[in-house]
Design a protein around this ligand. Structure first.
Ligand code: F6R
Ligand code: ZN
Length: 196
């Protein structure tokens, strides 16, 4: 029988007192996701910047458990497009997720297999509920500050990255005339599903 446990996430540094796994995702892990492919290749060749980090608290990946952690998306752009996470559907599509925004400015880009799309602006103090079936990607739109969120989701959710790697998200978040703008992704195309 597990014992209850706590950990702390003190302001202003927001470094969790317990970290079981620290993921660091660099630009080279995001091939094909940014629209400006020339800018992408140049930035990978020039040093392959760190885009985001995830601090995970380990729990068994089974129904009944909750998985939680901290996501930190750094500020920056590839061409006009802001730094973002890979994004994914949950493998078990009917599982939701909750995000609590701790620091920074950004948005969550979301879409369903049925063709719905939604972009929610994120700022400190906001709680976002991502319902079952919605793929999700965090984007940092700050000039200098990280976007830091706490997330929690069901232990059996799993991550389907492949669908988004193939089709992208329907919406992109870019800087246009000095402002944050949400635009259609001209390269979005439905992923090829494997034959059953
Ligand atoms: C978990 C979840 C977040 C993301 C994190 C990094 O289901 O949605 O913890 O894993 O924000 O994004 P990805 O996983 O898309 O690289
Ligand atoms: Zn998720």
């Amino acid at each position: 029988m597990d014992q209850p446990f706590t950990f702390t996430l003190p302001f202003p540094d927001l470094v969790p007192s317990r970290v079981d796994n620290h993921i660091q995702r660099r630009l080279s892990a995001m091939r094909g996701q940014f629209l400006d492919q020339k800018a992408y290749e140049e930035m990978v060749a020039a040093g392959d910047p760190l885009l985001y980090e995830v601090y995970e608290i380990h729990r068994p990946e089974v129904e009944g458990e909750m998985l939680m952690g901290i996501s930190v998306v750094h500020p920056g752009k590839v061409g006009d497009e802001f730094y973002m996470t890979k994004g994914h559907f949950h493998t078990v599509l009917d599982t939701a997720e909750v995000y609590y925004v701790l620091k920074g400015e950004g948005c969550m880009v979301m879409e369903t297999p049925e063709g719905d799309a939604h972009v929610e602006m994120l700022s400190p103090g906001k709680v976002l509920y991502v319902p079952p079936r919605w793929a999700h990607r965090s984007v940092c739109t700050g000039r200098q500050e990280d976007l830091v969120t706490f997330f929690i989701y069901p232990g059996n959710a799993g991550h389907d990255y492949g669908t988004i790697e193939q089709q992208g998200f329907r919406k992109l978040v870019v800087e246009k005339d000095g402002r944050v703008a949400v635009v259609d992704n001209p390269r979005w195309q439905p992923a090829q599903k494997e034959a059953a």
